[in-house]
Design a protein around this ligand. Structure first.
Ligand code: AMP
Length: 515
């Protein structure tokens, strides 16, 4: 059997690791770095590059440099949301027919899956250079709070990159796996994962080689990019106050300010103040305008106060769902680059009443966990069992837009639950079941996974047909629905509409375009 690799496909950076001789190893890329910026750059021709090279061209070629693509994966947007995104991002987006945001480069449209596939390809070839053999299989991590469509989109990205995705695992679970595998002691741990795009918190019990997730919570729209954005807005305002020039429409100036915002944020994790110097940021009638500013950590903390406050609710929720108090947690593990920010660490101490564990590298721990899961799959690691949960309730729409949960959140996966449906009218030939995922009481506020039309029901009075619909969540957190007419034993045809993601044709086209 060939090697299975572990990939942390991050919003900002990605990392690949494998099990080599029983130990997890992070593989450096061709530039010698252990992590690779999750950025894809295009030239004005057909050439593409991934990682550091793409990052370098970001300033001079912002329109053709894609970053943060993970945030668009498997997501559906309303037109007004896409319009807002278009304003925020330096690269161009188009609205795809079913509400996905695709990227437009040099007149061609690319799905987020196809862009992510470029990053996965780079990780694949990094591993291939290391082993000197072709790699065809991978375990890829996703935020625990990713819903079905986002997981499916990640699998599709793997497929486009030429990888069979053997398993999707949750990033915090991977981190706990790495921690537990290296420490080999029983403990109850909280994994606090704040990356570039998302926030996840998971509570796990490690016991005799069994890693059991008890609860998980998070915020899919809270990450380092949001911190960068509030800093960027401050810098734009400050520059306008000083120079009278509004650069909010100037793509090149914005890109320089965005990079300066992120660098300042990172520097302020170790320094209490730093300087931002951007000569020739803009030009007006009076000549070139330069930007220079002394940036204090206290200002950073003020700007980011509201974002840091948002960390509290998911942490409390995860503890409540686990039936635990903060004092019951033995160890808090920090994951994701943003956990280096002192104000974030201080909040963790306040929330959990203990200093977090500093023994794991927050940039690599997720990929190492993915590699351990790969080792379990390819048989190199035998003494570890992983039991994960579904982060969101799965249910159906009932009367008055109500939501009836069929598989509640934090249920161990894989799992299967069946429910019997019937008709409400005589001779009804069709029953429509709307499947949603989320925690809101109104179905329309939860993510619609699909509308299942059970068709071809034999004529009978209302209430007589008994159609058993089974809802499955597999170990990847991906949902499957099947239906059987219990009177005849025949399975009903199910039409799925409204499922976000690539159609079969779009997927095939992307696979062949990238082969
Ligand atoms: P990840 O998705 O885990 O790679 O996290 C990336 C995020 O962490 C980005 O928003 C980075 O700007 C941020 N980050 C990386 N290093 C630091 C640091 N030293 N201090 C604060 N934020 C950081």
């Amino acid at each position: 059997m060939g090697k299975v690799i572990g990939i942390d496909l991050g919003t900002t950076n990605s990392c690949v690791a494998v099990i080599d001789g029983g130990d997890p190893v992070v593989i450096p890329n061709s530039e010698g770095s252990r992590t690779t910026p999750s950025m894809v750059g295009f030239t004005d021709g057909d050439e593409r590059f991934v990682g550091l090279q793409a990052k370098r061209q970001g300033i001079i070629n912002a329109e053709r440099t894609i970053y943060g693509i993970k945030r668009l994966m498997g997501r559906k947007y309303r037109s007004d949301e896409i319009a807002r995104l278009k304003e925020l991002l330096p690269y161009r987006l188009v609205e795809n027919v079913n509400g996905d945001a695709w990227v437009t480069i040099n007149g061609k449209n690319y799905s987020p899956q196809e862009i992510s596939a470029q990053i996965l390809r780079k990780m694949k070839s990094t591993a291939e250079d290391f082993f000197g053999e072709e790699i065809l299989e991978a375990v890829i991590t996703v935020p625990a709070y990713f819903d079905d469509a986002q997981r499916q989109a990640t699998k599709d990205a793997g497929r486009i990159a030429g990888l069979t995705v053997r398993r999707i695992i949750n990033e915090p679970t991977a981190a706990a796996l790495a921690y537990g595998y290296q420490n080999r002691k029983d403990a109850r741990v909280a994994v606090f994962d704040l990356g570039g795009g998302t926030f996840d918190i998971s509570i796990l019990e490690l016991h005799d080689g069994v890693f059991e997730v008890i609860s998980t919570s998070g915020d899919n729209d809270l990450g380092g990019d949001d911190f960068d954005r509030v800093i960027l807005e401050h810098l734009i305002k400050r520059f306008e106050e000083e120079s009278g020039v509004d650069v909010s429409e100037d793509k090149m100036a914005l890109q320089r300010l965005r990079e300066a915002a992120e660098s300042a944020k990172c520097e302020l994790s170790t320094l209490s103040e730093t300087n931002i110097n951007l000569p020739f940021l803009a030009v007006d009638d009076s000549g070139p305008q330069h930007f220079s500013m002394n940036f204090q950590r206290s200002l950073l903390n003020d700007l980011c106060y509201d974002l840091i406050e948002r960390l509290e609710v998911p942490c409390r929720q995860a503890l409540d769902d686990a039936g635990l108090n903060a004092a019951d947690i033995d160890e808090v593990i920090l994951v994701g680059g943003m956990t280096r920010m002192p104000a974030v660490q201080e909040r963790v101490v306040e929330l959990f009443g203990k200093t977090p564990n500093k023994g794991v590298n927050p940039d690599e721990v997720v990929a190492i966990g993915a590699a351990i899961q790969s080792g379990i799959i390819d048989g190199e690691i035998k003494e570890v069992v992983l039991l994960d949960v579904t982060p969101m309730s799965l249910g159906i729409r009932v009367e008055n837009d109500g939501f009836s949960a069929i598989i509640p959140k934090n249920t161990s996966i894989p799992t299967r639950v069946s429910k019997t449906f019937t008709t409400t009218r005589d001779n009804q030939e069709l029953v429509t079941v709307a499947v949603h995922q989320g925690e809101q009481r109104k179905a329309s506020r939860n993510r619609l996974l699909g509308l299942f039309n059970l068709t071809g029901l034999p004529s009978s009075p209302a209430g007589v047909p008994r159609i058993e619909v089974s809802f499955d969540i597999d170990t990847d957190g991906i949902v499957n629905v099947t239906a059987v007419d219990t009177r005849t034993g025949q399975s009903q045809s199910i039409e799925v509409t409204g499922h976000s993601g690539l159609s079969d044709e779009e997927l095939e086209r992307a696979v062949s375009r990238n082969a």
